[in-house]
Ligand binder design. Structure first.
Ligand SMILES: [Cu+2]
Length: 204
């Protein structure tokens, strides 16, 4: 008994140390934004299993997750990046501040897509609940709409590549809210990646 308690306590301490190490001992605003990013990472992880059909579809979970992402996007995100705040273990690139407009646009895009995901939560998956294999396929393809043919009612929405380009105009929120949840989820995920590939140092 005593041993077991000690083991749990030990695990807790180790867990804490691992978390601190993961952030490389970051403090202040750098730690704050890492924590915010991690919170979004956790949401994306749990929503991924839903979008792939590996977990039962639950609109409320999707809505809540979208809300968490939204709370860390837009201005909430950009205000965690005061000019040249690259102390210690930060993986932020200096390009953030020489391309601030683009960085801001991506943060706003995340807000837009997260809001749309919240609204689209009730739409469910493109191929219906339980279509695991298909869901997976759409995750991989990065575009659920592709295989939906005319569902989105127009070719322009299909070419997501163009749409995710940072200079492209924002999509119409009403239109986004009509999308299957996994489709808009992919757009959220692509926004994370777009910003990371440009503004975050690659992990060694
Ligand atoms: Cu970190």
């Amino acid at each position: 008994m005593k041993f077991r308690v000690m083991t749990i306590a030990g695990a807790l301490v180790l867990g804490g140390a691992a978390a601190a190490l993961a952030h490389g001992g970051a403090t202040g605003i750098v730690k704050e934004r890492m924590d915010a990013m991690d919170a979004m990472g956790d949401v994306m992880k749990s929503l991924t299993t839903i979008m792939r059909g590996e977990t039962d579809y639950d609109a409320e979970t999707v809505r809540k997750g979208a809300g968490v992402i939204r709370s860390h996007s837009g201005e909430a995100l950009t205000k965690l990046f005061p000019e040249h705040s690259i102390e210690g273990p930060s993986e932020a690139k200096p390009e953030i501040w020489s391309n601030w407009q683009e960085f801001e646009t991506l943060a706003d895009q995340l807000d837009l897509f997260a809001a749309a995901l919240g609204k689209a939560a009730d739409n469910g998956l493109a191929h219906g609940a339980g279509a695991g294999a298909m869901g997976q396929e759409s995750m991989m393809g990065g575009s659920a709409m592709m295989s939906e043919g005319g569902m989105m009612g127009g070719g322009s929405m299909m070419t997501q590549g163009g749409m995710m380009g940072t200079e492209t105009p924002m999509a119409d929120p009403e239109m986004l809210a009509q999308m299957p949840a996994d489709g808009i989820f992919n757009m959220v995920a692509q926004t994370c990646s777009a910003c990371h590939s440009k503004f975050r140092v690659e992990k060694k």
